[in-house]
Design a protein around this ligand. Structure first.
Ligand SMILES: [Zn+2]
Length: 458
């Protein structure tokens, strides 16, 4: 096993994948068991992880042409390390349960993996469910003395009759293999390092999602995400703006940097159930995709959904240097530019006032930068049901820098609140321009998991 560079779609010219794996234990017996990530917070113990169960009616796994799209879980073995299916079948099922848990737990949307099961087992017991879910397959094409790549896995499955377009194959390799994703004769997500985040990372790659990029800065990775640090993190796109937005499945995001022009939304993957609102999860957002990313409006024009008042005027950021444009004007990403004027306090606001609940905590995140220097603060303005202002909650005053830093303010909605308005406020007496992007309004209802119930910064 090794660092694996692989194009996961043969038609892709960009979007090369990097999948790191852990060291192979020495000795004759291969140990595939990996370590589960514990960020943004610890996962539940095995006994508390909900059992995913079978989505499809148990059937012949080699004849799924008329079945709903689903994942097919495979235990892959070869002569070199032998067939340890019975030893591992329940462990693999539990990892799939955890994959389903982390998808559902990432956001306040209820969404699950669709699983394919075979006939012949009593799925009311855990052992029966595991045996129906996980199918053993000897990989005849495997390299029994060295590393086996995903091409051999895909070709072997196809030859064995696991050849349906409506299946994504999750292949748990009990030998020296690779953590990667590959669509060849069939689409396979493979790993010889078995943990839920590594396998989920590879399954997400099969939806054309690259490693998570910071939206504003070319070729910079978003560090707190399953699509870059699956060894530490299990959460999926906590900002709702990189590749996954279950609240608006028509929204699409650039998954990689220029010149790649693919746009995706993981929430539409056919092997997942339709997302439904609302439950409690790690992250959530009360804004629309346009309010978060400003991508639907052309450069130079007035940003749809935003208003300005006081000292200044705004526009969708014109083309410019990579560091100042979000991220590059020509790959479709946008930011908002506020040109601050000194005669009065200036406000950039989301025009719409999302509904909130009095007594609950909310957190407003925004990324901000400037090519010069200047000071701003973030503001939550609380309104009652008659659209009258009750009070405001401000962050401290921030001296902006030349990097796209994330800032935030959080507060509890006061008694009588019905809606909230989000604003960036520039005190009077300044003449400068700043850029803003990646807004998010988080309802901090994740009580007991993060300190204030909000998603973490970063
Ligand atoms: Zn990867």
């Amino acid at each position: 096993m090794s660092v694996q560079l692989n194009r996961f779609m043969s038609v892709m010219v960009a979007g090369a994948l990097v999948a790191l794996t852990m060291a192979t234990p020495a000795g004759a017996v291969f140990d595939p068991i990996g370590t589960e990530p514990v960020a943004p917070y610890a996962q539940p113990v095995d006994a508390s992880v909900p059992k995913r169960g079978c989505t499809t009616t148990p059937a012949d796994p080699k004849n799924t042409v008329s079945s709903t799209p689903a994942v097919q879980v495979i235990y892959a073995w070869h002569e070199g390390n032998g067939n340890n299916y019975e030893a591992y079948v329940e462990r693999i099922a539990k990892i799939v349960d955890r994959m389903d848990w982390l998808l559902d737990e990432s956001t306040n949307y209820d969404q699950h993996i669709k699983t394919s099961c075979r006939t012949g087992y009593d799925t009311s017991t855990y052992s029966g469910y595991a045996h129906a879910l996980v199918i053993p397959e000897k990989i005849e094409l495997a390299d029994t003395t060295g590393e086996t790549g995903p091409y051999a896995i895909a070709d072997d499955l196809w030859a064995a009759g696991y050849d349906h377009d409506n299946r994504k194959y999750l292949v748990f390799e009990d030998f020296n293999g690779t953590a990667t994703a590959h669509c060849g004769s069939v689409c396979v997500a493979t790993t010889d390092d078995w943990d839920s985040a590594t396998m989920m990372h590879e399954l997400i790659h099969l939806h054309d999602v690259d490693h998570a990029k910071v939206s504003e800065v070319p070729n910079t990775f978003s560090l707190n995400d399953i699509m870059i640090s699956q060894y530490n993190d299990w959460q999926i796109d906590q900002e709702f703006n990189t590749y996954y937005d279950p609240s608006e499945t028509s929204a699409l995001f650039y998954t990689s940097s220029y010149p790649d022009t693919r746009k995706v939304n993981l929430a539409t993957l056919a092997q997942l159930t339709t997302p439904t609102c609302c439950d409690v999860g790690y992250s959530n957002d009360l804004l629309t995709a346009q309010e978060r990313t400003i991508e639907a409006t052309a450069p130079y024009s007035s940003p749809t959904g935003f208003s300005v008042s006081g000292g200044g005027w705004m526009q969708v950021t014109p083309p410019g240097s990579d560091g100042q444009v979000s991220a590059r004007y020509y790959d479709g990403r946008r930011s908002l530019t506020m040109n601050v004027q000194s005669h009065a306090e200036g406000f950039v606001s989301i025009t719409r006032k999302p509904a909130v609940t009095a007594g609950q905590r909310y957190k407003f995140f925004a990324r901000l930068t400037t090519g010069t220097s200047g000071n701003v603060k973030l503001r939550l303005s609380w309104y009652n049901g008659s659209n009258s202002l009750i009070s405001t909650s401000d962050s401290s005053l921030y001296a902006l820098t030349s990097s796209w830093q994330e800032y935030n303010v959080s507060a509890i909605a006061p008694s009588g609140t019905a809606t909230v308005q989000l604003s960036v406020v520039s005190p009077s007496g300044q003449n400068f321009s700043y850029l803003t992007d990646s807004w998010q309004l988080n309802h901090c209802n994740n009580t007991g998991n993060t300190p204030d119930g909000c998603r973490l910064s970063g």
